[in-house]
Design a protein around this ligand. Structure first.
Ligand code: AMP
Ligand code: MG
Length: 487
């Protein structure tokens, strides 16, 4: 266990120099205070969880203090936003404080979001509000607990600094952790600004630090691209299987590590709805729930375009072709597991599709359905669940196929099947209304709810005593919350 002043820095990205990032100091928040910290994320830095309660913790992550070895930098990147190219973006309100390595030898980027203006702030104030910082914190840690690759969050620091959005709010900072903060948009920036030398330097950096196993291959960059395609296919399969809607899949929000990144007006589905749009400024539904799958490929094509100086177009096209079959295989595998199946049959895809259509038509709660399906023997579970469906005959027909399929699947005991299903079907997910309750309390200075919710979500598959209220469908007020895009 380390104290805060014992972190070891090795700032590899900063060493790439001024073509890649700019030195900027954090702008401190007034009266910084700890809102919430993640002990699991602190463990990634070997930090003793008790240090979160010390005043120096809030000072460090509220922008007042800095380690001597930290080299805060704002990174430059660009990206396709809603399908159109924006030539220059960059860290407009976040800073890469430095890279810390832990006892296991892992490097973690410390990125402080809401740290003030930078050369890339454009018209923005460089700040993040408490509301969106809490949402990013909760989502990062909840996704990780579900087994969905994601950036992590160490803490949220609140303050009395006024920040103007639709109304006056308070500024906050969230400390994000990731093995890299390099986005598809980094490659696009150097490609479209026609800086081949820097682009090659960036590619070499990513290869060396994040995909070293491919350096000895005949075409290392192609192998690296293939891995990025594979990781994205798997990540998006998990989003779809668990009902996570990212909301702003612009290429500047896509990580070269294939982790969920840059949280905006995201949502987990309550009722299953393939057409759900969580981002209210997404008028065409470009990033609707079901569109996340083709958009994943679109984004990878944008990255492929930026990689044409290194890889032949034919090879890039062939590799992009791997995305959809890989996605489908991962998705089906997960959905089989969610249904309690251990074997594969040709008609399983249809069994899943039929179920989702029935759920869509009846507005069935996506998370609770799967959890309850594993609560009891299959034949009993379906008789209880049928009341949730408007089309009873349709559901009965599906249930008959399902129970027969379960019977053919294997001969483990009911208890084994139940344990297997509960291990993949969460009881607790980050419903928008739960986040909203925690935010409302935090905005009036009570951080107990955000802390409790974070703790519940850190063990989503385990039923926790006295936490039944976190495993409910939303109340009427919480069903279709308008999550502001301003953050
Ligand atoms: P996002 O929608 O958070 O992914 O941000 C898109 C771009 O806008 C990034 O370059 C951000 O750094 C920048 N940005 C977002 N909000 C602000 C803000 N309040 N101040 C400065 N830049 C911002
Ligand atoms: Mg972004």
């Amino acid at each position: 266990m380390k104290a805060l002043d014992e972190l070891t820095f090795d700032n590899r990205f900063a060493r790439l120099g001024d073509a890649f990032s700019t030195h900027v100091l954090p702008e401190p928040l007034d009266e910084p205070r700890l809102v919430v910290a993640s002990p699991a994320a602190m463990a990634l830095l070997d930090l003793d969880p008790a240090v979160a309660e010390t005043p120096v913790f809030a000072e460090l992550f509220g922008g007042h203090k800095l380690w001597a070895e930290a080299e805060p930098r704002a990174m430059v990147y660009s990206g396709h936003q809603f399908g159109g190219y924006t030539p220059q973006l960059g860290d407009g309100r976040g800073l890469l404080l430095g890279e810390v390595y832990n006892a296991a030898g892992e490097h973690w980027d410390l990125h402080l979001k809401g740290a003030g203006q930078t050369p890339y702030s454009r018209m923005g104030d460089g700040r993040a509000v408490l509301r969106s910082s809490i949402r990013e914190f909760l989502a990062s840690e909840a996704l990780h607990a579900l087994g969905i690759p994601s950036s992590r969050a160490l803490c949220v620091i609140g303050s009395s600094t006024p920040v103007w959005r639709e109304k006056q709010e308070r500024g906050a900072m969230v400390l994000r952790l990731a093995n890299s903060h390099i986005r598809f948009g980094h490659f696009e920036y150097f490609y479209y600004t026609k800086k081949p030398e820097q682009q090659a330097e960036l590619a070499e950096h990513v290869l060396k630090l994040h995909y070293p196993e491919y350096r000895e291959q005949p075409e290392p960059y192609l192998a690296m691209f293939r891995e990025i395609v594979e990781r994205n296919a798997e990540m998006i399969a998990k989003w779809q299987a668990y009902g996570f809607c990212h909301g702003v899949m612009n290429t500047d929000n896509m990580s070269i590590l294939g982790i969920t990144f840059d949280f905006g007006p995201f949502a987990f589905l309550d009722d299953f709805d393939a057409h759900f749009i969580c981002n209210h400024s997404d008028h065409d539904g470009r990033y609707s729930f079901s569109n996340q799958v083709p958009i994943g490929q679109w984004n990878l094509s944008a990255l492929a375009q930026a990689l044409t100086p290194f890889i032949s177009v034919d090879a890039l096209k062939e590799t992009l072709g791997l995305y959809l079959p890989l996605y489908q295989a991962h998705y089906l595998d997960l959905m089989r597991r969610r249904l309690g199946l251990t074997t594969a049959e040709d008609d399983d895809q249809k069994l899943v599709e039929r179920l989702l259509k029935l759920m869509q038509n009846s507005g069935v709660d996506y998370t609770l359905f799967f959890r309850r399906l594993g609560d009891e023997p299959a034949a009993l579970a379906v008789t209880r669940l049928r009341d949730d469906f408007v089309d009873r005959a349709g559901f009965d027909a599906w249930a008959e196929l399902y129970t027969a399929r379960i019977a053919r699947d294997g001969d483990d005991t009911e208890a084994q099947r139940r344990a297997r299903m509960h291990a993949v079907n969460p009881l607790y997910i980050l419903r928008n209304y739960l986040a909203q309750n925690a935010i409302t309390a935090a905005e009036s200075g009570d951080y107990s709810e955000v802390r409790r919710l974070h703790e519940v979500l850190s063990k989503p598959f385990e039923e926790q005593a006295g936490m039944g209220q976190y495993a409910q469908r939303p109340p009427d007020w919480g069903k279709h919350l308008e999550i502001s895009c301003s953050s």
